[in-house]
Design a protein. Sequence first.
Length: 264
Amino acid sequence: MLKLKVFSGIRTRYIIPHQQAHFNRTSYGKQLAAYKDKYVGQRCFFIGNGPSLRAEDLTKLYEAREVTFAFNRIYNIFDQTPWRPTFYISQDEKMLSGCVDIVCGLQADAKFVPIQLKWWNDISIDNAAYFNIVNQQVDAPQQFLFSDDISRCIYNSMTGMYTAAQIAAYMGFTEIYLIGVDHHFRVSQNNQGEIVVDNSVKDYFTDKYNEDKDKLYIPNTERSTLTYVAMKKHCDARNIRVFNATRGGKLEVFPRVEFDFLFK
């Protein structure tokens, strides 16, 4: 969850709420509006950071010139592949605060980051495409809101994949494929707040990913499952097909496809 900071001064207290209410009129909103229907009818890939992610699969995406969205500390695999994400997304304050300099140097057509992290948490990313993130407190998939105009806002959830889905829908993509989305962590928590440990699995594709894990959020896979169900619901309603091409994993919300089959 994003933490709010209270700014002193009448001018600051007025400007930020006004910009949020009319975000599409700001320079940030106009920058996002330029992506409207830019990829109509095309497919894209969402790259998760799970232990199933393979560098050779990313190289295949690179060679096929596929459009890809990647998240958070994906850069830890860059030394194994020439692939780089088309679009980068991070909305995790704790995660991003530990790697600002690296993210500033990333190569991507756009780096999508909540404007609130710049306004309230002093996290500034070079060449960022800032969006207005709106938190929502939900207990069921049907309660999740889904933005059809990212120049105004993007609705927050338990996973950056939901943010990416709103961006991809706005861009006009009609097929989304997930890889590396294992949806299973060594350490997670349930809806009762209890910590669940499964030493048979790894959290990410490399142990370097969360060396500062004591400072990071513990994922709640029960709530993120609801997010994926809502994502499928909203994408289905917009005639966007979502498939899970992850090698294994625990996410069964979307139809499964074989990654290698997509390139035959």
